[in-house]
Design a protein around this ligand. Structure first.
Ligand code: SF4
Ligand code: SF4
Length: 218
């Protein structure tokens, strides 16, 4: 937390052999505020000053390679790469200046991407679109699986054909989240597709998504 820059900071490290004098510890500047705790969509703060990273959407959409637990999917809404809601509500960021570093400024072509286009990305298109972006490091399968959760939360029937195509994706992580998203957009269709899908599906993660369909509305 910085008086000058707020809390929305990009953290970095410098390794050096210099003997540096340590700074004074930072002061508590939160007072009675709890805006970040109340804003968190997945209740990732069990108490003030404590974060359960396993519940944080930034961890879930960027860091973990495991299937995102069902309990968090609806709460993720349309977040497909990170979250930062806790930073957006922090009153200290009223005083912060926008970064002038070119690498931190949003690219025009990525300011309002269409979910339908993101769902259809193959590996080559994913790499081309996110060349030079940190999004590239999570890989196409993780990214598209995040987009499928957003599609499942969208309520947009128009996304169903593209979501359904992902049921045959080569990546099990993508197929798994496509199962969930199809059910969210059209439960009856998902239940109709299930028997044939289970006949041919060999991946245990995807099979468990088919078996768990009835809990996907939660
Ligand atoms: S980034 Fe989002 S999910 Fe993570 S702690 Fe902040 S508000 Fe919660
Ligand atoms: S929103 Fe900012 S000031 Fe308020 S509790 Fe969270 S970190 Fe502290």
């Amino acid at each position: 937390m910085s008086r000058d820059f707020g809390s929305w900071l990009f953290l970095g490290s410098i390794f050096t052999t210099l003997a540096l004098e340590p700074d004074e510890p930072g002061r508590d500047r939160c007072g009675s505020c709890r805006a970040c705790l109340d804003a968190c969509p997945t209740d990732a703060f069990p108490a003030p000053y404590q974060l359960d990273a396993r519940r944080c959407i930034s961890y879930l959409t960027i860091e973990t390679r495991a299937v995102i637990p069902r309990q968090f999917r609806a709460a993720m809404g349309n977040r497909i790469y990170g979250c930062d809601d806790c930073l957006a509500v922090c009153p200290w960021n009223k005083f912060a200046q926008a970064a002038s570093e070119a690498k931190l400024i949003a690219r025009d072509d990525l300011k309002a991407p269409k979910l339908e286009d993101l769902l259809a990305l193959d590996d080559a298109a994913f790499r081309a679109l996110f060349s030079g972006s940190p999004i590239k490091r999570i890989g196409r399968a993780k990214f598209v699986s995040n987009c499928l959760i957003a599609a499942g939360n969208s309520g947009l029937a128009a996304l169903l054909p593209e979501v359904e195509r992902r049921l045959d994706d080569e990546a099990p992580l993508v197929r798994a989240m496509a199962v969930w998203a199809v059910f969210r957009l059209d439960p009856k269709k998902a239940l109709r597709l299930r028997p044939a899908a289970l006949d041919s599906e060999r991946d245990e993660t995807v099979r468990s998504e088919w078996h768990a369909l009835e809990t996907s509305a939660e």
